[in-house]
Structures are given as C-alpha cells and as structure tokens.
Design a protein around this ligand. Sequence first.
Ligand SMILES: [Cu+2]
Length: 385
Amino acid sequence: MTAFFIIIILALLSIAIWQLTKIFTLSQLGRTVDNSQVANDSDNQTQGYIMFAFLAFIYIFTIYGLFAWGHLVLGTPASEHGVEVDRLMNISWILIFIVQAITQALLYYFSFKYRGNKDQKALYFSDSNKLETIWSIIPAVTLAVLILFGLYAWSNIMFVDEKTEEVIVVELYAKQFAWEARYAGKDNVLGKANVRYIEGVNTLGVDMSDAYAQDDINVTGEFHIPKGKKVLFKIRSQDVLHSAYFPHFRAQMNAVPGMVTQFAFTPTMTTEEMRQDPAMVQKVSNINELRAKKSQELLAAGKSALDPYTFDYLLLCNKICGASHYNMQMKVVVDTPEDYKKWLDEQKSLAEKIKEAAPAEATPAETSTNTVVKDSTKVEAPETK
Ligand SMILES: [Cu+2]
C-alpha cells in the first residue's frame, strides 16, 4: 500500500514540475531568447564561475575531510617495518596533496581565463618539444624515486632468510570463517599438513606421521607472539581465497588454497604498551563514549548494556570470502618474551590433544576408518571447485 502511495505522489510531482516548466517558458515570451543551442559569451562566463565554485568546493571538502576524519587513520605502527611503511605512505600522501592542490587551481584558472569569447581566437600549434619534455620528465623522475623507495622497502620487509635469521615460525590457517594458528614447537619446523588429514581435533590436517609435527601446537581464539622477536607467518587456506591482515602491524598477505604464502614482522609494542599509547587511549575513550550512549538506549528498551571496549590487536580477513567474512578474526596478544614463553609452555601439543581425544573416538573402531575417508572427500571438495 505504501509503495502505491509513493508511486501516486511521484506521478503527481512529475506533473507539477512539467506544468511549472510550461509556465516558466510562457513567462519568457517577448524577451530575446537565444535558442541557437551554441554557447554564447554569457553562457561561457557562467560556466567559468561555476568551475571556480567547484574548485572552492574541492578545497573546502579536502580541508574539512582532514579535520573531520583525519583521526581515523591507523595510529602508531606496532612493528619494526611499520615505521617504514608509514613513512612511504605519508610521503605519497603529501606529494599527492601538493600536486592535486596546484594542478586543480591551474586547471580551473586556465579554463576560466581562456573561456569562449567571440573576440578571442585560439592559438594553434602542432606540438611543443619543450612542453612535452617538462610534463614527461617531472612525473617520470618523481614516480621513479617513489617506486625505487617502494622497492627498497618491499625487499627489506619481504626478504627473510630462515637459515641465518632467528625467527619464530607460526602457521596461520584460514577457513570460512575463522583463523587457527600453529606453532612449530621446539624444532621450529612445522610438520607437513594436508586437507586429507583433517579429522577430529586435528582441524589443521597435520600429518602426524611426520617427525616435525610431533611438537606442533595449535591454538584457536587467540594467539601470542613476543615483542622484539621476528615472527615468520606461514599462511594457508582450507577453502577459498582469504587474506591475513594485521592493520596495527602494517602487514597483509593473501591466504591462497593449495599454496603456502608468508610474511614476517617484528612486534615492537606489547598489547599492554599499545593500550597506553596516547592516540589509542583517545580512540578507546571515543568508542566507550559511543558504547555508553548506546547502552543507555538499550537499558531504556529493557535490554542488557554493552561491555566497555578494551584494545586488542587483531588478525582480520581482508578478502571478501563469504557471508561471515566481516567477522573472520582472531585476537593477537603481544607479550614480553618471558610472558610469551610462559604462555606457550602452558599450551598442549597437537599430538597430546589427539592422544587425549583418542579413547573417545576409538570406541567404534570399525567405523572410524570409514569416517576418515568420508571426511577427506568432504573437505577436499571445495578445493577442486
Ligand atoms: Cu576470509
């Protein structure tokens, strides 16, 4: 019924506008009207002023945007290479800002200055080597410097020599719609894994016949890493394309089914230290103010209030991988090396977990092998699609 009324209202509005334009045309009778469809000097003048108005709009909106949303950009980087990434990003922003401000002003100024005028004739020249040289060389040199700086940063960040560098190897396993982590254990080598081995508590499909797999530790919900130590993440996906995204550490790498990708970084601030960071304190207090307001509304409606927010690092998924992609995340805790060691020592290895789960699963001995076969095809199916 509402839709019907809306259609009627829209139809009546259209008729009203049509009638108004008719009245307007009739009221113009007797005046000198230029119906030539070719812009005259007065039209060109108006267009020129409108262009200046648009230039003012661009400038005002840019300045407004900087003040209104500037604080929403990511704050202090929490990894060693994050400082370099931010520097590169800031240089790019400043360059874009300056070039944009100057070129836009020139564009609209010259459009106005050389607007159509009966008494003016355009100067024709086929080409100007000087002009072409200037507008080719300046951008080429600027871009070359930026790209070289970028390549230098890229190779610094991405090159990891596992043989000579001391790294902690952690696997990140992506699946719709959660992350799991696996520590390589004392040998610092991850055991082999394959989707066919997924069974019961072995949710990562670790090949338990591999000697390197015996001390592997798998965790869900949250994982810990130590401050000041380089962590090498080996990333896998069970089903579709995902992306391991750590915004606070300025790190991102795709999780691709059928291959292992990697990214390494050194955290420089523990979770506790980041919670004390002035920008973060401000951000958290803003969030809690909003939550307190929302809580009042909820309480008034007889619902329970929201808990106050506390900052935590997150591993997010940055590829739209399905319906619950938005909520695919895992808490990351950056500890001091001592706390990290304590936490890791408390974790049970996957081998232990399988052993503990074994009596319960082994009861229907005959059917268990069948289940394995069934499960493996089930899990394998999305990969072959
Ligand atoms: Cu995902």
